[in-house]
Design a protein around this ligand. Structure first.
Ligand code: A3P
Length: 299
């Protein structure tokens, strides 16, 4: 298994404006190769705003396609090597583009957090299937806050109040949550090969969501297999699985917060004050007034 080799001078990156989106350099250093990436028609792009359930859906897709055919994959290859993060260029690890280019599998499963307008053009040109997962803004913000606290590859989050204000202002990596989720939602109107999923639906009924995924992907996975996958990708199981819990990534400090943190809908209630919630709701109404996209913040 390949390991991260962090340079001694590794420090938290700063956000900077990149084509109108706040980004850190780890996701833009390889930009030419990212933009020129040659997708194949059977590639599957897993697109999300950070912390919306990317790893969960990546693991589900990996098991759907390769769970039976390559058992050693499950015990030796961490999820971030099975499903390359196309825009990533972290020191000590091959770039996402290199990993994707060298993937021996068909289909190739590829992850991105890029807003739709920055996704390499060839994915759209090849009419690739895109699986988009969205999560309600409040839980997404809470999860992102804890992730930024524990991950040295992320910019400093500040305290919760500062973070929340920045989240609302779109000043976090990959830009405003609002534009991200609405961007793919609108894209779906003209590009039918997007399967738009919700984290809340996955928590509510994972089996149903796996079935819907199979139908989008044109897979006739038998029910027993789907049930096995549903069980195998349960939060508690993934949290214990070294290949899916990110414990092999040394820039993450699990003493601050684990990657597999809570996996719940509604944890925002443990973080938002009444005043923050009122301000957030008011701002949310404005930002989301022109979309038909609806989220659930509790089940
Ligand atoms: P929390 O921080 O709220 O716990 P991503 O993979 O996009 O980075 O998203 C990470 C979030 O998804 C974390 O949310 C993590 O716990 C949650 N998650 C990952 N796998 C999950 C699963 N099997 N069931 C529920 N939540 C899961």
């Amino acid at each position: 298994m390949e390991e991260f080799n962090i340079p001694l001078d590794f420090s938290r990156p700063e956000l900077f404006d990149f084509e109108g989106i706040p980004m850190v350099h780890y996701f833009t250093d390889n930009w030419k190769n990212i933009q020129n990436f040659q997708a194949r028609p059977d590639d599957i792009l897993i697109a999300t705003y950070p912390k919306a359930g990317t790893t969960w859906v990546s693991y589900i897709l990996d098991l759907l396609y390769f769970g039976n055919t390559a058992p050693e994959r499950q015990t030796t290859l961490p999820i971030y090597l099975r499903v390359p993060f196309i825009e990533a260029t972290f020191p000590g690890l091959p770039s996402g583009v290199d990993l994707a280019d060298k993937l021996p599998t068909t289909p190739r499963l590829i992850k991105t957090h890029l807003p739709f307008q920055l996704v390499p053009k060839s994915f759209w040109e090849q009419n690739c299937r895109v699986v988009y997962v969205a999560r309600n803004a409040k839980d997404n913000a809470v999860s992102y806050f804890h992730f930024d606290r524990m991950n040295m590859g992320e910019p400093e989050p500040g305290d919760w109040n500062t973070f929340l204000q920045n989240f609302m202002d779109g000043k976090r990596g990959f830009g405003p949550w609002y534009d991200h989720v609405c961007g793919y939602w609108e894209k779906k109107q003209t590009y039918s090969n997007i399967h738009y999923m919700f984290f809340e639906d996955m928590v509510e009924d994972t089996g149903r969501e796996v079935e819907r995924l199979c139908s989008f992907l044109g897979l006739s996975t038998p029910i027993e297999e789907r049930e096995r996958i549903t069980k195998g990708t349960h939060f508690d199981t993934m949290k214990l699985n070294k290949m899916t819990n990110y414990s092999t990534v040394p820039v993450m400090d699990f003493k601050v917060s684990p990657f597999m943190r809570k996996g719940k809908v509604g944890d925002w209630k443990n973080h938002f004050t009444v005043a923050q919630n009122e301000q957030f709701d008011e701002h949310y109404k404005q930002k989301m007034k022109n979309t038909t996209l609806q989220f659930r913040t509790e089940l």
